[in-house]
Design a binder for this molecule. Sequence first.
Ligand code: IMP
Length: 528
Amino acid sequence: MHDASQASSVKYFAPMDGWTAEKVFSSTVFGFTYDDLILMPGHIDFGIHEVDLRSRLTKNISLNTPVVSSPMDTVTEHKMAIACALMGGIGIIHNNLTIAQQAKEVSRVKRFENGFIMDPSVLGPENTIADLDEIKKVHGHSSVPITSTGKMGGKLIGIVTNRDIDFISDRSIKLSSVMTTDLVTGSEPITLAEANSILRESKKGKLPIVNDASELVALISRNDLVKNKEYPLSSKHTNKQLLVGAAISTRADEEGRAKALIDAGVDVLVVDSSQGDSVFQSDLISRLKSNFPSIEIIGGNVVSGRQAKTLLGVGADGLRIGMGSGSICTTQEVTAVGRAQGTAVYHVSKYAKEHFDVPCIADGGIQNSGHVMKALAMGASTVMVGSMFAGTEETPGQYFFHNAVRVKNYRGMGSLAAMKDSEIARTRTFDDRVSLPMTNFSEGSVCRYFAEHSSVKVAQGVSGAVVDKGSIKALVPHVMQGVRHGMQDLGCRNIPDLHSKLYNGLLTMDVRSGAAQKEGGIHDLIAL
Ligand code: IMP
């Protein structure tokens, strides 16, 4: 990298030290993506612990960790959104759900209190030991509260732990005959400190929390206590609740959904559309901005300045960049429309910053920390991930075994399966609209691809499975540490510094040949 005095004179021609982004992205007809590019090292004069990744998601929301989980039905519901916010990012609840279901997902994030398990596995007295075995196999829980209804909110009548069933060979025995009924409980309202001290004194593994009517409202686990989780980076509103976003579609009557989500406490709405430059989206954003002026709205998806102008002109507080870059995406093959992601991120972010000072999300195609680093270096303020988080504990859906490997489903929102489920979701609660013909409306993913009026559904995504990746609570710090190393190598202490070097020409890069890309990956090694 050059020093500031060199920058102005060698802005466009500095092959010895790499090329500026302006040169790379403006002097060729080619579109580049992350793997095509490699960043030039800068001068290091600070420790890695000094790197600060705080960044803007929208005009008025900042995150300590620049990561957003994608509004996909195999990625983000409340569990993912909670974990993401605890790690300093934010999750966007998908909209392949009825309005009531999506609003409930939002309020579950808003009601989250660290240490309280709000949705533990619960069984009823008529369930058998085999049912508990199944829960243990799928979720790993070996202690389960027993309620009258077999669900949260039922009257607490017992608890079954490993010790109650270890030596019983007949697994068809009902839980009512093995459960412990001499219970130590906490009563609502209770603070985490109070609950923890009851757990400590009782020496029990789990503490069920009940309300005045003895109904189960939460569970506290000794294991969690011992792990003593602290989340110093967590994304919180001033009222201490975790931040959460939710997706809405561009349907004409989507304001009802937006209102329900706002009432549930959502912090940011993401208009989920594969091609953001539509009159449907710009009208919707205008209406939402005038009816709900304090809600932050992210528009998208866009890949060009022209598209960005439409959405920024009607007041979008953030933009989502990407068309055809997602790992499960077939948009570019099916429609021949889209853009290479590096080029899209550079041009849209630059336009949005220069003309509206609005931050952008690089959405799709992120596979590793290097891609996150490159997205930020191209001008994005945050990245949105689907596949990187797919297969983690926090995603919706169950693990299953495929060829002896533990996997979970991951699918595009434009896959036939997701579009079909979006129509099923519609039929569940839209009582006020059931008289309308089926093709007049539907939830989330059908609308994302403007396919709600179409009798022939063309997939723009695929579905498959991804291997078990554990928890994002281990994954995110690992990825972010990689990004911090990248920032340090570049000589950038924080993202505003990175972006000012991007635009003043002090950040430089090369385009890599195919052979150079191969050289930059693992090679000449026998896998063991
Ligand atoms: P990934 O992180 O590379 O897996 O990409 C995730 C992104 O792909 C999402 O945030 C969406 O923008 C996009 N996406 C989701 N579903 C589809 C689809 O079915 N077709 C095209 N793009 C999709």
